[in-house]
Design a protein around this ligand. Structure first.
Ligand code: FAD
Length: 411
């Protein structure tokens, strides 16, 4: 790199080489940023896609190399100083410097914190046994993959997306699967009751057993857990236990540096933290969002959107228009796509027949579409997403009537 050019551009350092970190460095170069970029990640891998870890990769359908966003050569060609297997220990805001675990110091002008989240541990007696696992990264997925197989008794604690995706994959691999969920239904915080009921039925038809309202109090066994114990005294035998009870935003580094955090690193609509010139993106953040009051989102589209916002802010480019929040999950041959946030109290309109395995649930508030959840129904998803983006109104009766085409409703 030409030293004259470097002098004019700030040095950007990114902590965390995951989805957000890997994306922000690519967007910076795409938008013409000429200054120095350093990307520091504590995992030994190139930035990679996490979604396949519970799906195609866990099933053995894709190779590890297919997980990486870009080949190693990309980072060299783009003059991105990639430091993998290195953990940032301290952030010295007043000195604009990072200290790595090995003592190395890295100065910055602009900093992006993209530290992601960690899987919430079960924290119960016996939960430290070797066959009790969480799933967040390649190392976790590798261990889980080795433990799965035909006839294995897999107990999944938590009926959220990661738990259900693992359930589908474990069944695909021939395991006996039991899902234990503390709430009275699946996906209680993140999906509507009709979607949750449909998914439970779909899993059950494929041999997954469920216990709802089931509070796990511990695990029995020795180095290996042999039984999962519930509050009501019931015990379920296990070869493998997968704990999928949510994620904790990785805020420790930022909080210790005095950056405002509250269930996530707090960031404004441009993804800037309480410290000027320090940005934070992805699962680690709780963000101001034009449509919602401070929200914490754990999704690829969220990390990508914030990565774009930061790259724009750093190069002085106008930020893109706010995106409608969206998410997807793959289970068996089902693709669930959700736009907006499923909030209790909205009017639910089902379009299509769940029995066909292809339908959508629209959420209306005062006649306006706020959320759409679509199962194998991409047209409904995109139409709903568009209506949310334009604050469009829709008549519940027409939405529910599949003989009225979506184009007539959206117009
Ligand atoms: P991450 O991708 O987690 O990256 C953070 C990185 O920072 C990690 O590599 C971490 O080790 C590193 N790091 C942390 N602290 C330090 C430090 N001090 N020094 C150096 N490095 C550090 N989203 C969807 O939209 N759809 C899906 O279907 C979907 N499926 C998923 C399935 C699984 C199994 C998992 C785990 C997640 C899934 N997600 C899905 C969520 C999605 O992967 C995350 O929202 C996304 O990865 C967030 O990106 P991020 O950059 O914030 O964090």
């Amino acid at each position: 790199m030409n030293p004259d050019t470097q002098e004019q551009s700030p040095r950007v350092v990114v902590i965390g080489a995951g989805h957000g970190g890997g994306s922000v460095v690519a967007f910076l170069r795409q938008y013409g940023f000429k200054g120095a970029i350093t990307l520091i990640g504590d995992e030994p891998f190139l930035p990679y896609h996490r979604p396949p870890l519970s799906k195609a990769w866990l099933k053995g359908e894709v190779e590890e190399a297919a997980l990486f966003f870009k080949p190693e050569s990309f980072y060299a060609e783009q003059d991105i100083d990639l430091r993998l297997g290195q953990q940032v220990e301290t952030l010295l805001v007043a000195r604009r410097e990072l200290v790595l675990v090995d003592g190395a110091r890295v100065p910055y002008d602009k900093l992006v914190i993209a530290t992601g989240a960690t899987a919430r541990p079960l924290g119960l007696p016996g939960a430290d046994a070797d066959n009790v696992m969480t799933l967040r990264n390649i190392a976790d997925a590798d261990k889980l993959k080795r433990a799965l197989g035909p006839g294995k008794k897999v107990v999944i604690v938590g009926g959220g997306y990661v738990g259900l995706e693992c359930a589908a994959t474990a069944r695909f691999l021939g395991a006996d699967v039991l899902v234990l969920e503390r709430a009275e239904r699946l996906l209680e915080r993140v999906a509507s009751a009709p979607i949750a009921a449909f998914l439970q039925h779909y899993h059950a038809e494929r041999g997954v057993a469920f216990e709802l309202g089931a509070t796990v109090t511990g695990l029995e066994g020795g180095e290996r857990a042999e039984q999962v114990v519930l509050a009501d005294g019931r015990r379920f035998p296990c070869d493998v236990v997968v704990v999928g009870i949510g994620a904790i935003p990785a805020t420790a580094l930022a909080a210790a540096a005095g950056i405002a955090c509250d269930d996530g690193i707090l960031v404004n609509e441009q993804a800037e933290t309480s410290e000027a010139g320090i940005y934070a993106i992805g699962d680690a953040t709780r963000r101001d969002h034009p449509r919602y009051h401070r929200i914490r989102l754990e999704s690829v589209p969220n990390a990508m959107e914030q990565a774009k916002l930061v790259a724009c802010a750093i190069v002085g480019r106008a930020p893109p228009a706010a995106e409608v929040v969206w998410f997807w999950s793959d289970q068996y041959d089902l693709k669930l796509q959700i736009a907006g946030l499923a909030v209790a109290g909205e009017q639910l309109v089902v379009r299509g027949d769940p029995a066909t395995g292809k339908f959508a649930v629209f959420h209306l508030q005062d006649g306006r579409v706020k959320t759409v959840e679509a199962i194998n129904a991409p047209q409904e998803f995109f139409a709903g997403k568009r209506m949310i983006g334009t604050d469009g109104s829709a008549d519940a009766g027409r939405l529910a009537d599949v003989s009225v085409s979506l184009s007539q409703i959206v117009a």
